[in-house]
Every structure is written in structure tokens, then in C-alpha cells.
Design a protein around this ligand. Sequence first.
Ligand code: NAP
Length: 313
Amino acid sequence: MRLFVTRRLPQRVMERARDMGADLHDSDEVLDADALRAALRDYDAILCTIGDRFDADLFATDVRTKLLANFGVGYNHIDVEAARAAGVTVTNTPGVLTDATADLAMTLMLMVLRRAGEGERMVRAGDWSGWTPTQMLGRGVTGRTLGIVGMGRIGQAMAARAHHGFGMEIVYYNRSAKDLPFPARRLDTVEAVAAGSDVVALHVPAGPETRHIFGAHAIASMRPEGVLVNTARGDVLDETALIAALQEGRIGGAGLDVYENEPTVPNALRALENVVLLPHLGSATLEVREAMGMMALDNVAAHVEGRDLPNPV
Ligand code: NAP
């Protein structure tokens, strides 16, 4: 069984992969289409991750691979239908990154409402002249309403934090009804969530159905002081419409961990004070990244041993 790992992963994960006989691309460099096509031709299993674009055309010729074990819960960089048609199963790493990503969404919400990014920039620039009663007044969290778009694992983890920790009310939009362990009102449209929330947080997976699910109309429905948080994927949000709303002062601010054309972040966003911008850090703790790697390798091991795969998508 020939296994290929497309990117440098935490050391413990690399050691286990090496013990399994894997060939490692021990680098942060993202492989291009030709390299990925060659991997599909030469390896039985590939451990891949965000940025590895497995588009449909890659599966059109000479595919030896039977398993794409994705490092990450989101797999919108893989054309799963084309993979399936070529006999390739895709697995992912759900659950182990839920808390870390919910924590990061809370971080963004708090940073925007309390103007933490602005304040940090001011102190670092040496521009702070001292405490004043009216300096950099933000907004509190307690008692405000949080709107969740996509009430899955991460959406629920954020809502639970916001409800139990911060006394927030919760409304949400989701494809199916959810039996939730905290009070929350399900609304019929993303626009209703936008209009009924002080903070809207996006937690739907990316894909054709959810592309720009939070579009210009939803953004226009947000409250004048409303804050948008996105830790899901860049494509679920219309970034251009968001920038226009922020520039025109139609909404209060935004906290973003993901972007439509990563790693490019539009200059227009970088120029705005009321926006907090993070470099896709949702799952970025060592223990979580190790757990993700081990889970991806557990799927490889199950494949090798002919057992049911723990996490097929
Ligand atoms: P999940 O448990 O599958 O939750 C997704 C939720 O979205 C589900 O409740 C699902 O509804 C809902 N949904 C899906 N399609 C929808 C649609 N068309 N309309 C309305 N609701 C829809 O996934 P998760 O583990 O919470 O992860 C969510 C996403 O977060 C991932 O896909 C990934 O892209 C992103 N993520 C980002 C980071 C980061 O580093 N920033 C880290 C981890 C994850 P149903 O219950 O009806 O299926």
C-alpha cells in the first residue's frame, strides 16, 4: 500500500505516517495540479488538505488512488462526486476541531464588539496617550442576540458558549430542524437571521448549495450595528457585498478567519478599522492539528485493513 502525504503536518503525525511507510511532501508548499495528478496515478491513498485542489479533471485519467483522507472537516477543495465516479472514497476529520473553531469564532465576535484589534494596533503603533472615559468605546455582549447560519457541530458549540457563557439569545437558520440542548429559535431565512441578530456567525460547509448563502440581500438585512463573523469558508459569504456594506457604514463590523481567494485578503478589508482579520486559524492548536492528523491516518489504517472507514463523507 503506497501512501502519500501532501503537506507538512505536526511531528507526531508525520512520525506515524512515516511508520506506515508513507512518502511525505514535508513542506508548506501547496502542490500544483500536475503533482496531484501524479499522486493519484502513483499512490493507493493520499492524505491531503486545504489548498490541494482535486478538481474533476484530475480524476479523468489513470487513477490508482482509492482513498483521499482529508485533513480537515471542510472538503470543498475536492470534487467529491468526480472522486466517487473514479472509485475514490473521501474521508474527513469531523468533531476534533469543533471546540477550537467555536473558540475562534467567539474570539472574533469579542474582538469586533470590544474593538480589540483597533486597540492593539493603537498600542503597538505607540499612539496611546492614556485612559480616558470616552476612548474607544465598544459594545457589550451580554443580552445581545447571536444568529447562527448552519447549526451543526461548530454552530452549536458557538451557540452554547454564547448562551451559557455570555447570556446571549440565539436564533438560527439551518437546512434541517435541530433538537438543541439550549434555547434557540429557528428562523426561515438567512435574511430573517440577519435582521434579528446583533451578531451573525456563519457555520455552513462550502459547496454549490451554500455559495454566497450570505449574500448582498442578507447583508442588507443586517442591523446598522450588526457584526458578521465568518469562520466557515470564504465562498459562503459575498465578500464584495460585505466590503461595500462596511465601507458605507451600513453594518457595524466583521470578524473574518476565511476569505474568498485565500491567501489573498482584499486591500479594502485591510484598510477598515472595524474589521478583525485572522489567517484561517480556526483549528490551529497543536493538540487539535495532531488529533486531525491521527484521525486522517486512522481512516488510512482502516482502508488498509479492509475495515469500515470511520469518517467517510
Ligand atoms: P457540520 O456539523 O456538518 O455542520 C454544518 C451545518 O450546516 C449543519 O447543521 C447543516 O445542516 C448545515 N447546512 C449544510 N448545508 C446547508 C444549507 N444549504 N442550508 C442551510 N444549512 C445547511 O459541520 P461543522 O463541523 O460544524 O463544520 C462547518 C464548517 O466549518 C466546515 O464545513 C468547514 O468548512 C468550516 N471549518 C472551518 C475551520 C477554520 O479553520 N476556520 C475549522 C473547522 C471547520 P444539516 O444538519 O441539515 O446537515
